[in-house]
Design a binder for this molecule. Structure first.
Ligand code: 28F
Length: 635
C-alpha cells in the first residue's frame, strides 16, 4: 500500500504564471474540451485516492452558480507545514506547478486527462477556488483566486470522517464558454466507476435537476456486459482476469458473431483510444493461448494456424492496466508507450487464458469455432481474391488479341510491351525478347490517322482494339490507370519514313486517348540502329547518318570500313535486335515526356497534316534520351 505522504514529500517546481499565459499548453485549449479538462483533473485526483484504496465515494456537482464541485471521502489533502517552505502542504499543492508526490512504484499516481499536471493548473485558470479538507477530526478551509492565495488556511469546527472537497469557478478571462456538459461528465464518471470496481461516483446536475449514481461491484466485467448488450455473443460467458505483479492487469474478453473488433483499453483509468503496448500484449496473449489450445486439441500434427487477425475478428474486450510511470505517446496522448507493459500484459493474460480454456471446454470450443471460422474466411477470401485476380488475368489473357505475344510476368513494374510494325519485325522481336518481361504486339499496316477519326471508327478498328486490349487499361473516359498491364510501352518501328509515320500515329493515339501514360512517362520510342560499321572484327552501331560519319571520322581507319544499312527490323538478326534495341542492359530508349501538354497538343494537331519526317523530328525533339549506362531505366 502507498506510504503515508506529508508536506515533506512535495517537490516544488515553479509558479503558476506560465499557465495563465499559455493555458493551451496545459489543457490543450480553452474551448469546451479544455474547460472539461479542469473537471477531469480534479476528478482524477479523487479517483487516485480510490485507486490507492482510501476512498470509495466521489460526488461531482454541476452547481447552478456556474461552479463545479468534487468531493471525495479519501484521507484529505495534507495540511501540515512544509519543513522548508513553511507553508501548509495544501497551499503548496494548490499554488505550485507539478507539486505532487514523487513517483513511487507502489502508488499509482494519477495520469488523468492532463496526465497529472496537477490541480494547481485548475486553480490558476479559475476565478475562484475553495478547498475544504476533513482531516484529523477537524475541517480545514482555504480560498484562492486565479491561483493565488486569497485566504489563509483556517481550521473550522469538528469534522466526522476524512476527505477533500474542491469547488472551482472557471475564469471568464480564459474560457469564453463555461457551460458544463452533464452528459459528458456522467459518461466519464460511469467509465471511472467501471474501471474502479466498488467505487461509487454520483453526479448531481443542479442546472437540470438530474442526478445519477454509478457503482459496479464487478467493474470492467459489468462494462463488457454493457458493451455487448444485444450482440450475438460466443460462448455462455466472458473470460475475466485480474493480475497484479507490480503492473496491475485486468481484462474482460468475449467474442461475438460479428466481424467488427473493439477493445476499450485504459491505463490508470485514462482511455487509450489509440491503443498501445497493453493492447498488443492482450492480442498476443489471446492468439498464443488459442494456438496452444488448438494444437493440444488437434494433436501436434495438424496445428490449425490461426493468426492475430483471426482472433481479432469479433473480439470485444475491456482492458485496464495500472502502472506507476505511464508513458503516453503522441499529441492526443491516447496511446500507451511503455515497452515493458507488452510482455507484462501478454504473460499475465496468456497464462490465465490458457487455464480458462482448459477449465471451460464448452466455451473454449465455441471460441475455437469462431476463430477457425475467421481463419477459413480469411483463407477463402484470400484465395477468392487470388481467384478473381487469376481469373481476371486468365479471362483477360483469353480476350487478348491472338497476335499479342504476352510476357509471363503479370507485374506491370517489370513488364514491357513492344509495339512493332509488320509481321516480319514481329517475328524477329519475338525471338529477341525476354519472354518473362517483354511482350510483343505487331501492328499491321498504318493504323487509323487517329487525329481526325471519329470515336466509333476508332473503336471498330482492329488495330486500335488489340492495342487497347493488350494495354489493359481501357481508353478515353473509361481509361483506368490502375489496370495498366505494362510499365513500359515501347514503340519499335523501322527507322524510315513509314516507321516515323506509324510512331507519330501511335503517339497521337496515346496522347489523345491515354494521356496519363504520357504524364507518367510510360511511353518510349525504341532506337534500333540504322547502320552497322565494321572495321575488321571491330564493329559499331550508328543510329543516324550523323552518328555514322562521326564513328568513321573517329576511327580514321586505314581501310574503308564495311558499312551495313538495316532496311527494317524485320531483316535484322534477332540477336542484333536484342543487343542493340531490346536488352534493357544495352539498349537506348527515348522516353516521351509531355513537357507542355498545350504546346504538344497544338503540335500534334499541326503535325498530323505534315509529312511524317517533320513529325518524326518533332517526336525526337520532345523526348528525353536515356543513354543506357548499364543501369535500369527508372519507371
Ligand atoms: C476533490 C479532489 O484531490 N483528493 C486528494 C489526497 C490525499 C493525499 C494527497 C490528495 C502529499 C504530498 C503529494 C493524504 N494523506 N480530490 C482530491 N486526496 N493528495 S488529492 O497527498 C498529496 C501528496 O504530495 C494524501 C496521505 N497521503 C496522501
Amino acid at each position: 500500500m502507498a506510504k503515508d505522504y506529508s508536506a515533506k514529500d512535495i517537490d516544488v517546481l515553479e509558479g503558476l504564471e506560465p499557465v495563465r499565459v499559455r493555458p493551451g499548453m496545459y489543457i490543450g485549449g480553452t474551448d469546451l474540451s479544455g474547460l472539461h479538462h479542469l473537471v477531469w483533473e480534479v476528478v482524477d485526483n479523487a479517483v487516485d485516492e480510490a485507486i490507492n484504496g482510501h476512498c470509495d465515494r466521489i460526488t461531482i456537482t454541476i452547481r447552478a452558480d456556474g461552479g463545479l464541485m468534487v468531493e471525495d471521502n479519501g484521507r484529505g489533502i495534507p495540511i501540515d507545514k512544509h519543513p522548508k517552505h513553511k507553508k501548509p502542504a495544501l497551499e503548496i499543492i494548490l499554488t505550485t506547478l507539478h507539486s505532487g508526490a514523487k513517483f513511487s512504484s507502489k502508488s499509482y499516481t494519477s495520469s488523468g486527462g492532463l496526465h497529472g499536471v496537477g490541480v494547481s493548473v485548475v486553480n490558476a485558470l479559475s476565478e475562484r477556488m475553495e478547498v475544504t479538507v476533513k482531516r484529523g477530526g477537524a475541517l480545514w478551509r482555504q480560498e484562492f483566486r486565479r491561483g493565488r492565495v486569497s485566504s489563509r488556511l483556517t481550521k473550522g469546527g469538528k469534522a466526522k470522517g476524512t476527505g477533500t472537497k474542491i469547488t472551482f469557478y472557471p475564469d471568464s478571462e480564459i474560457f469564453s464558454r463555461r457551460r458544463f456538459n452533464s452528459k459528458l461528465i456522467m459518461e466519464r464518471a460511469e467509465t471511472k466507476a467501471f474501471l474502479n470496481s466498488g467505487l461509487t461516483i454520483e453526479v448531481i446536475d443542479e442546472v437540470s435537476g438530474v442526478s445519477k449514481q454509478f457503482h459496479y461491484e464487478n467493474g470492467i466485467r459489468d462494462y463488457l456486459v454493457k458493451l455487448l448488450a444485444g450482440r450475438k455473443r460466443v460462448g455462455t460467458d466472458y473470460f475475466y482476469h485480474h493480475g497484479r505483479n507490480g503492473l496491475q492487469v485486468e481484462c474482460a474478453v468475449q467474442w461475438t458473431e460479428e466481424t467488427e473488433s473493439k477493445i476499450y483499453s485504459y491505463a490508470n483509468s485514462v482511455y487509450t483510444a489509440d491503443g498501445g503496448t497493453h493492447e498488443t500484449g492482450l492480442r498476443n496473449a489471446l492468439t498464443k493461448a488459442l494456438r496452444a489450445y488448438i494444437e493440444r486439441r488437434n494433436g501436434k500434427g495438424k496445428p490449425q494456424q490461426i493468426t492475430a487477425e483471426d482472433t481479432r475478428e469479433g473480439l470485444s474486450a475491456v482492458l485496464s492496466v495500472f502502472l506507476s510511470n505511464p508513458q503516453f505517446q503522441g499529441q492526443t496522448k491516447e496511446k500507451l508507450n511503455n515497452p515493458e507493459v507488452l510482455s507484462g500484459v501478454e504473460s499475465s493474460i496468456r497464462t490465465a487464458f490458457e487455464k480458462y480454456l482448459l477449465e471451460h471446454p464448452s466455451i473454449a470450443e465455441s471460441i475455437v469455432t469462431r476463430v477457425t471460422l475467421a481463419a477459413q474466411a480469411r483463407l477463402a477470401s484470400r484465395s477468392a481474391k487470388d481467384q478473381v485476380m487469376r481469373k481476371t488475368a486468365i479471362s483477360h489473357r483469353l480476350t487478348l488479341p491472338g497476335k499479342l505475344a504476352d510476357c509471363a510476368s503479370t507485374d506491370p513494374s517489370v513488364c514491357e510491351l513492344f509495339i512493332v510494325e509488320g509481321d516480319s519485325a514481329g517475328g524477329s522481336s519475338k525471338q529477341a525478347r525476354d519472354r518473362k518481361t517483354q511482350a510483343v504486339l505487331p501492328i499491321r499496316g498504318k493504323i487509323l490517322n487517329v487525329e481526325n477519326a471519329t470515336a466509333e471508327k476508332m473503336a471498330n478498328n482492329n488495330e486500335i482494339k488489340s492495342l487497347v486490349t493488350s494495354i489493359g487499361a481501357g481508353m478515353g473516359a473509361t481509361f483506368d490507370y490502375s489496370r495498366l498491364r505494362y510499365g513500359k510501352i515501347i514503340i519499335m518501328t523501322d527507322a524510315d519514313v513509314d516507321g516515323a509515320h506509324i510512331s507519330a500515329l501511335l503517339l497521337t493515339f496515346f496522347y489523345r486517348y491515354m494521356p496519363k501514360l504520357f504524364e507518367k512517362g510510360h511511353i518510349y520510342l525504341a532506337q534500333p540502329p540504322l547502320f552497322r560499321i565494321e572495321f575488321g572484327k571491330d564493329f559499331y552501331y550508328a543510329y543516324d547518318d550523323a552518328g555514322k560519319e562521326r564513328i568513321i571520322k573517329e576511327r580514321k581507319a586505314k581501310r574503308e570500313p564495311e558499312i551495313h544499312r538495316y532496311k527494317g527490323l524485320g531483316e535484322m538478326p534477332a540477336v542484333i535486335l536484342k543487343d542493340t534495341t531490346m536488352d534493357p542492359a544495352k539498349r537506348k530508349l527515348l522516353r516521351m515526356r509531355v513537357a507542355d501538354a498545350e504546346a504538344t497538343d497544338r503540335a500534334f494537331s499541326r503535325l498530323m497534316g505534315k509529312d511524317a519526317s517533320a513529325r518524326y523530328e518533332f517526336i525526337r525533339e520532345n523526348s528525353e534520351t536515356f543513354v543506357k549506362s548499364g543501369g535500369s531505366l527508372d519507371v
